[in-house]
Structure formats: C-alpha cells, structure tokens
Design a protein around this ligand. Structure first.
Ligand SMILES: Nc1nc2c(ncn2[C@@H]2O[C@H](COP(=O)(O)OP(=O)(O)OP(=O)(O)O)[C@@H](O)[C@H]2O)c(=O)[nH]1
Ligand SMILES: [Mg+2]
Length: 529
C-alpha cells in the first residue's frame, strides 16, 4: 500500500482550493480579488487581536520627583482630562484639605511673628528658630541618599537657613516696599492671635481627619500625609456617622456633594466665617508684609493662594473650585495608583498612573514599580532655587532634583522606559525673578549671567540635559517641557497629546509634536547624539 505523502495531491483541501482547469480569465481575476480580500480581512483580524492584547497589557506611567514638585497636581490634571466627573465626586472632600492649608498657614504666620516678638524692628531679639521651624529632620535611606552627582551645579551659599538676621537685607526687597508698622503693631497682632486661637487650635484635629490618625515622623512642614483613596475614605467616614437612607444604596462612584459635611468641617467653616475680618487684618498687616519681604516669614505658594482668596474660602457656602483643588496641598504617602482609560486613535488604552510621595523617607517605596514601568514623567520645580529640603535643610532643592534625576536616568531597571522631564512651577519662577530674587545668591555657579527668566530656565534645563547625557548608554530620547501644572487652560494643550507622546516611536513622536503646535508651552525634544 502506498504511504500517504506529506504533500499528497489527494489532500481534499488542496484539491478544493485548486482553480478549476477550465477557469476563464475573468473567473481567475474574480478569484484573485476574492483571495486578496480574504487575506486583508484576515490581517485586519490579526491586527485587532494584537491591539486588543496590547490594550489588555496595562500601561504604567510613573510620576517621579521630590516632595512639592507638583506630581499630585499633575495627576489632578490627568483626572480632569480623563475622569472629569470624579473631581466633582470628591470636590467636597477637598474642603477639609483647604481648611487645613488655611489653618496651618495662619498658625505658621502667628508662630513666626511670636518668635520675632510680633515686631519688625531690626533690633528685635534674634528668635528661637526651633519655634519657627516646622521642618523635619527626616534622614530616610531612600534612593536619593547617594553622593551628589558630579554634574551638580550648586556650590551652596552660606546663607541657607541661617540666622534670620543674615537674611534681613535680602535682595528680594528690591521691588517691594512696605509701610512701617505702627508702634501698636505688636498689640494688634497679640489681639489677633487671641481671636484666632480657637481656629488655629483645630489644626491637629484636621490633620487627624485627613491622615486617619497616622503620623509619619519628620513629615515636613505640611505635617500630613494621605494614602491612596483618602477622598473616598473621608466620605465613607462621614456617611458612617449618619443614619442610613435611600441614598446609601448609591454606588461609591456616584457619591457627590449631597453628602452632609463632616461636623468638624462644619464647625471650622463657622469659625472661618466669624474670623474672616481678623484673617484679612492679619494677612494685610504691615508687620506680616514686612516679614515676608525680609524673608523672615516664608510662606508656601498654597498659603498665599488661599489667604489671597480668604473671603471666598471663608464664605458659609464655600465649595472648592477646580482651581482651588489644583492649589490645595497634601503630601502623598507611599504610592497612589490612578487608573484612566485613554483613547488613542479610537482605541481605548488603560493607563495605570502611579503618583509617589517625593520626600526622602518615601522614596524607597518607588522601587517595586520600576520593573513594569512604560514611561516616567519626572517633575522638577525650577522655582525652588532659593529653597532647601525639609528633610535636610543643607540641601538646595534644585540640587536634590538633579541628584534624583541622575538616579532615575542611571537606574538599570528604567533603561528602556520613556522619559519626559517637566521643569515645573515656571509661574513661580517668573514671579520670584520679577520680585528681584537673584539666582546667583543661592547658586553661585550661575555667576554673572543675566537674571532674566529665559536665561534662568535654559540654565537649569542645560544641567538636567547634562545629567541625562552622562547617563544615557541606551541613547534614549528625553522630552522636556516648561510647565506650570496649576494652570488649566494652557496645560490642556499638552496633556491631550500625552498618550501619543509616551507610546509612539521616536519618528512618529517628532511628527506629532510638529503638527500639534505647542503655543503656550515650550517643548523640546532632545535626542542624544
Ligand atoms: N504656582 C504653582 N504651584 C504649583 C505648581 N505645581 C504644583 N504647585 C503647588 O505646589 C504644591 C505641591 O504640589 P503637589 O502636587 O502636592 O506636590 P507633590 O510632588 O505631589 O508632593 P509630594 O506628594 O509630597 O511628593 C501644591 O499646593 C500645588 O498646588 C505650579 O506649576 N505652579
Ligand atoms: Mg503628592
């Protein structure tokens, strides 16, 4: 018996597919066209399956950078873009954070004034700095606890956090003037301190409410860390304190501003309303203004923002606006995961965005997320040239950012991850330079360069690029953006292209940037040669 051949002409499928011997030219043309169409459909199915597999493979985006660089604010921008309703759902829980920011700022102002005997006189006794500083001395063995990079641009000046007297003639005074405080200034301030004391006494209760009673030693001047999902927990806590109603059956996603306010928050709202005039009086007091000008009193950007808007924040029916939420400050503890479905060319891709705590003691928690990361946005605040780490007041914040960026660029686990650099807080940088603050005073290597915005941002950018170049064996492309992530409108331009930017090839990327046209934000593509 003949054994069957592997290539048997008798194979029924081959026989069925064989063109009939009597096939005419037009039948042949028709058959070929049908075969081509079948092939096209089959390839399309393969492509769809490949894309679906790709979609199901989650994309991981890490937001890295030091504390206060703007990572969580950037995350809020993603939320506004891809899950706008969720901001409305958690709007009420931001009230607690904003009240905490206001109360904390008032307490900081009053404590600082007290340390200077509520007086602006230059011959006032040098204050006890321990009573002013709320800075931490956290010395975590995080990934930043490494020697300074050889590229460090900072030879730090001796004035960092020194005696307040040494700052009394700060060049920040150049363009600002204040009226001299009257001799009744200390009495007025003492009276305001008394009137505001019930309000400032609520600080620790508010902190507990936000952090769920967890304290992290040396948690910095903010003092309060929140973990992922704190908004929902805040709402749940309030819900559990009232009798169950029909609305309890709503799924968590639909929790909204119909939730009755927390009694503590309600109480603070009443105090704020009653104290609004006193807060205004304190905020506009010549001694406070003078202390700011002389840099005896250093306020964070969010403090100034909310004190400027105190009449709105202290109104009885206050609900945080989106701008307020973008300016609110609360430290991130550990790593917070946020999931977004992003539409790329009509296909939904699920992004897992990880917003990390940036303080030194938090950085060890980043490492487990390095393995699967697809992309990193590194956020570095360029306005921080005159600031020092809460965790280690000897370290200039720009220097810390450069050290951290060096570690990210050189980390073996991150070698093939897309890298985007946000040089953030450009609005604050501009305003500091406009006020006459000189970069040279804090960064001596800046030398005699012109102190204008363009020179300064390009100087900082050059140092980050140098770090990247020196740690770039894989010839990875770095994209840099000058940003102000609290600004919504101009930010929208950029975030719209982000999904494409991060998951496209280099060639496609550069074409995309050209076609989108960045008008409001300077974008630079750096390909290391
Ligand atoms: N003016 C201005 N403020 C900003 C900008 N980016 C962030 N901020 C503010 O800076 C503060 C700190 O920002 P966050 O986003 O909380 O900082 P973070 O990097 O998440 O800090 P950690 O969670 O401690 O690591 C917030 O009050 C923000 O509103 C900016 O570009 N301009
Ligand atoms: Mg954060």
């Amino acid at each position: 018996m003949r054994s069957p051949s592997l290539y048997s002409q008798d194979d029924p499928i081959t026989a069925a597919l064989k063109p009939p011997p009597s096939e005419t030219d037009s039948e042949r043309a028709f058959r070929l066209e049908a075969e081509a169409e079948a092939k096209r459909v089959s390839e399309q199915i393969d492509e769809d399956l490949r894309e679906e597999r790709e979609r199901l493979k989650k994309k991981e985006l890490l937001l890295l950078g030091q504390a206060e660089s703007g990572k969580s604010t950037l995350q809020k921008q993603f939320q506004l873009m891809y899950k706008p309703n969720s901001i409305d759902q958690e709007r009420s829980s931001w009230t607690t954070v904003i009240y905490f920011n206001v109360v904390h700022s008032l307490k900081h102002i009053l404590t600082t004034l007290e340390a200077w005997d509520d007086s602006l006189d230059d011959d006032a006794d040098t204050p006890d700095m321990n009573s002013i500083a709320t800075s931490s001395k956290m010395k975590g063995r995080g990934i930043s606890d490494q020697p300074s990079p050889s590229t460090s641009l900072l030879e730090q000046t001796s004035s960092l956090n020194g005696s307040p007297n040494s700052l009394a003639h700060s060049d920040a005074t150049a363009s600002t003037s204040t009226s001299a405080p009257s001799s009744s200034g200390p009495t007025q301030i003492a009276s305001l301190r008394r009137k505001l004391s019930p309000l400032t006494a609520t600080e620790s209760q508010l902190a507990d409410r936000l952090s769920g009673g967890i304290t992290v030693s040396g948690s910095g001047k903010g003092g309060v860390f929140v973990r992922s999902g704190w908004q929902a927990r805040t709402i749940d806590k309030i819900r559990s304190k009232r009798p169950s109603t029909a609305t309890e059956k709503k799924p968590r996603e639909s929790v909204s501003i119909d939730i009755p306010p927390d009694p503590l928050v309600l109480e603070i709202a009443q105090m704020l309303e009653a104290c609004e005039d006193d807060i205004q009086e304190l905020w506009s007091h010549p001694t406070v203004k003078g202390m700011i000008v002389k840099r005896r009193l250093k306020l964070d950007e969010w403090s100034e923002f909310f004190l400027r808007h105190i009449s709105r924040v202290a109104s009885p029916d206050y609900i945080p606006t989106t701008d307020d939420i973008l300016h609110a400050r609360i430290q991130t503890m550990g790593v917070a995961e946020h999931i977004f479905d992003v539409n790329i060319h009509g296909k939904l891709v699920t992004w897992h965005l990880y917003d990390v705590g940036g303080a030194r003691g938090q950085r060890h928690s980043w490492v487990p997320y390095f393995d699967d990361a697809n992309a990193i946005i590194f956020v570095a605040p360029v306005s921080a040239f005159d600031q020092y780490l809460e965790e280690d007041p000897r370290v200039n914040r720009i220097d810390d950012s450069l050290q951290l960026f060096t570690q990210v660029c050189s980390n073996a686990l991150l070698k093939s991850v897309h890298l985007v650099l946000f040089l953030n807080k450009t609005d604050l940088l501009r305003s500091k330079l406009d006020k006459g603050l000189r970069v040279r005073k804090y960064i001596t290597s800046f030398g005699e360069r012109s102190n204008d915005y363009e020179t300064v941002v390009q100087y900082f950018r050059a140092h980050f690029l140098q770090v990247h170049r020196r740690n770039n064996e894989n010839r990875r492309v770095l994209y840099t953006h000058f940003t102000s992530v609290v600004v919504r409108l101009c930010f929208k331009n950029m975030i719209v292209v982000f999904p494409h930017v991060l998951f496209r090839t280099r060639k496609q990327h550069s074409v995309l940037l050209e076609t989108v046209g960045y008008s409001s934000i300077l974008t630079t593509r750096v390909s290391d040669r």
